[in-house]
Write a protein that binds this ligand. Structure first.
Ligand SMILES: [Zn+2]
Length: 164
């Protein structure tokens, strides 16, 4: 094997174990997966904003400066504000400004008794239609859910849009 082939093989092995690890990681919590009684799925349209900015703009409420970018929220088309859980999918909106300027449709879980919504799908609404968004590493051919160096090769990833 040439040197390039060897390093490519190593990358592939690491990626494969990473993917297997990920799917294993996802299977484990499935046992304690919240039942449909704990949450319901909703699709909401609007723009993702920082809650403090929206509160100031809509109601004149001034948050303290250190809280200005603490909480993300969906500002729905009807004007209602829905705070978002900042897990790795929610954090995508903090890390990539493009996601905060687009017309969005979010597939979310609304948990009984909680005001925060958990994002499980992100879509952008454009003239050409609806596109599902995630990030993609062309080298490792793996999807990621937030903008960062690839988990596997540490290279650059790109925002991926798929027609839905
Ligand atoms: Zn990669």
């Amino acid at each position: 094997m040439t040197r390039v082939n060897v390093s490519l093989a190593i990358v592939l092995v690491i990626c494969t174990s990473l993917i297997i690890g990920q799917s294993r990681g996802e299977k484990k919590p499935a046992a304690s997966k919240p039942t449909s009684k704990k949450f319901r799925l909703e699709r909401l349209r609007g723009k993702v904003v920082f809650l403090a900015e929206a509160l100031k703009r809509k109601y004149g409420i001034r948050s303290v400066s250190e809280a200005s970018k603490r909480v993300l929220a969906l500002e729905a088309k009807d004007g209602k504000l829905h705070p978002l859980v900042e897990d790795f999918r929610g954090r995508a909106f903090r890390l990539d400004k493009r996601l905060r300027t687009m017309d969005a449709e979010l597939l979310v879980r609304r948990y009984k008794g909680s005001p925060t919504l958990q994002v499980i799908g992100v879509y952008t609404l454009e003239k050409k239609g609806k596109f599902e968004l995630d990030y993609w590493c062309d080298i490792c051919a793996i999807a990621l859910y937030e903008l960062k160096p690839c988990d596997c090769c540490q290279g650059a990833i790109r925002l991926r849009k798929r027609k839905r």
